[in-house]
Design a protein around this ligand. Sequence first.
Ligand code: 13P
Ligand code: SF4
Length: 301
Amino acid sequence: MSILDTINQLKKERDAVILAHYYVNDEVQAIADYVGDSFYLSKVAATVEAKTILFCGVSFMGESAKILNPEKTVIMPDMAADCPMAHMADIGKIKQVREEYKDVAVVCYINSTAELKTYSDVCVTSSNALKIVKALPNQHIFFIPDEHLGRYVASQAPDKHFIFNDGFCHVHKEITPESVARTKKAHPGAEVLAHPECTMEVTAQADYVGSTSGIIDYATKSSAEEFIICTELGVLYELKSKNPGKKFYPAGDAQCCPDMKLITLEKVADALKQMTNTVEMEEEMRLRANKPLERMLELGS
Ligand code: 13P
Ligand code: SF4
């Protein structure tokens, strides 16, 4: 039996649905039931009816699915696939900022551990962060863990006061303003599309800044024929399948998330067969982490 037949058969036996982020390997995106950005996938995870959710992504994604839908069995193809940025905030610092600014809202990027979420007021993703920050009544915003998304949102919401944290995504940080300028010189007619996890020096050169879904939608609707891509290159799979006539150029040399690339078809099949890679969490922590996620779904939709 082929690996695809095995996966399909196991999916039926386990009553499983497969969710995948745009950064995982092409062949994994190809077999998923739902592929999307973090916000879309969290909405799917909150409402999906199958008994089992197989999440092809990194740990915070599986954790968020479990927090939002505790009745489901959530499994991961590789439990080692983790987002380093998800750990880059300090609980002591959150407490200190709360002491200093009484009306502060702790705004937590969904790329964060469940524990960090429990100390936060609301979660955001790159596609809804600005909308949610603007909707908050608070004047002071402590944005964790990503400094760059925080700075981008702050640049679009000048009436709020932001406190930044020093977390970052190593994949997006490696896209330098010099390499974007160089690629632009080589392809002067191309539009620059950047994820807001990039530095401000990179987003300043972009024609469009948005989430992975935003980038794909923008390129699909644009009348331009060429694009410079400033995000992880897993998005090329969807970009090329939706736009076979258009050209896409990477802005940097190392736009690859090694954690997302840990997910393979073999691990998908194995996770469905073994059913041991389950996401588990103390109920007390789940309930506390659920509050900012539910608030995100409410304010972000
Ligand atoms: P989005 O898909 O929400 O744009 O997020 C990018 C990301 O880094 C996920 O890990
Ligand atoms: Fe984390 Fe960056 Fe990988 Fe996204 S691309 S999972 S933010 S390390």
